[in-house]
Write a protein that binds this ligand. Structure first.
Ligand code: THU
Length: 133
């Protein structure tokens, strides 16, 4: 699967966002090593602080299905004119299951997209040596 198709999956996943507080939909799509795609959407809560980002939702769903290595990630933010990258907490969690060279694409409704890698999003990864790689 190419990054265009993975981004389309992330865009479609944003339709399942539960975001009545921020009205900011996010969709994520992880490409698992077996070729399957696992999607996630942000799930908010009236407590606000218990909100789970789309990216971590996708990781939790995937690992819960026995899929623990991902070769690519796409993130779609259809309510933003500009590409929105993953938050710091998600970068840390994603790095647990992805190689630093793994490609990441993110983009909003404006058409502009950013292509980068997990390693670029989380440079000088502290605790790298403790990872189960
Ligand atoms: N959000 C994500 O799902 N992923 C990100 O990388 C950034 C933020 C969600 C959390 C919240 O539901 C909404 O976007 C606004 O912050």
């Amino acid at each position: 699967m190419d990054m265009d198709a993975l981004f389309k999956a992330a865009w479609d996943a944003a339709a399942n966002s539960y975001s009545p507080y921020s009205h900011f939909r996010v969709g994520a799509a992880l490409l698992a090593e077996d070729g399957s795609v696992i999607r996630g959407a942000n799930v908010e809560n009236r407590s606000y602080g218990l909100t789970i980002c789309a990216e971590r939702g996708a990781v939790m769903a995937a690992v819960s299905q026995g899929k623990k290595r991902f070769s690519a990630l796409a993130i779609a933010t259809p309510d933003a004119d500009y590409p929105v990258g993953p938050c710091g907490a998600c970068r840390q969690v994603l790095s647990e299951f992805m190689d630093s060279a793994a490609p990441v694409r993110f983009g909003g409704r404006g058409g502009q997209q950013v292509d980068t890698t997990i390693g670029a999003l989380l440079p000088h990864d502290s605790l790298y040596e403790l990872g189960d790689r």
